[in-house]
Design a protein around this ligand. Structure first.
Ligand SMILES: Nc1ncnc2c1ncn2[C@@H]1O[C@H](COP(=O)(O)OP(=O)(O)O)[C@@H](O)[C@H]1O
Ligand SMILES: [Mg+2]
Length: 217
């Protein structure tokens, strides 16, 4: 691979695949965001950097390689997004759950695992999570953090329900059937407003055409 390739371009900037001496890297560029959203794009970029720094050395998440005000460079992970791979391998879901527990133990909630493009089946069959713009790093891991961590787990289980429902355990069924109060409140109040603004006003269809499994069911 010799040339840069734009993987995604939206109101919040660009994500570029760039060849590098040691292999390809992924560059998020907030300078390409609309001028009136650039402050937000930079804020999200910093959030992502904080989360990735807290996850340094964990396999299955990109490594933070370089950070500037408008650019974040992270390692490339070779694989397919979940909606392309459509894996029904229970071992992938088991390993993904283990990876998620490692994130949470490191004090990071992902907060965007409803979107299948953010979960990868790597070429060696192992799981990975990308896109930490909305992630939250907390050293205290208080009540709110634990609620958000539970939502991460529910989102992963929703994907498991879509691709290998027969492998869901009783406990996992119970978790799926019981969204947290925070998630119910989000679904009934902020989420419709968020969807109205992003889809109707900004014309921002769901990202990369893949499913976004809603937060309550
Ligand atoms: N580290 C990575 N390794 C491989 N592909 C990646 C990586 N980071 C991003 N991508 C690809 O670029 C797309 C957009 O990146 P992402 O961080 O999800 O941006 P956005 O926040 O705009 O969704 C992803 O859906 C994925 O296809
Ligand atoms: Mg994404």
């Amino acid at each position: 691979m010799d040339d840069e390739r734009i993987l995604k371009c939206d109101l919040f900037g660009e994500v570029v695949l760039r060849p590098d001496a040691e292999g390809p890297v992924i560059v998020r560029n907030a300078a390409a965001a609309r001028w009136w959203l650039r402050w937000l794009a930079r804020y999200l970029l910093r959030r992502e950097a904080i989360a990735l720094a807290a996850l340094d050395g964990i396999n299955g998440v990109p490594q933070l390689l370089h950070l500037e005000r408008d650019t974040l460079v992270r390692s490339f992970l070779a694989g397919k997004p979940l909606h392309d791979a459509k894996t029904d391998d229970p071992l992938w879901f088991k390993a993904a759950a283990r990876l998620l527990r490692r994130l949470h133990r490191a004090g990071v909630c992902h907060n965007d695992l409803a979107k299948e493009p953010n979960l990868l089946v790597l070429d060696d069959g192992s799981p990975a999570f990308i896109d930490f713009q909305l992630a939250w790093h907390s050293t205290r891991r208080g009540r709110l953090f634990r609620g958000a961590a539970r939502e991460d787990i529910r989102h992963l289980l929703k994907h498991k329900r879509s691709y290998c429902a027969d492998r869901l355990t009783q406990r996992e069924h119970r978790i799926l059937a019981n969204p947290s109060a925070m998630s119910r409140a989000w679904a009934h109040t902020a989420k419709p407003v968020y969807l109205f603004i992003t889809r109707r006003i900004l014309g921002w269809a769901d990202r990369e055409g893949a499913a976004d499994r809603g937060s309550t069911r």
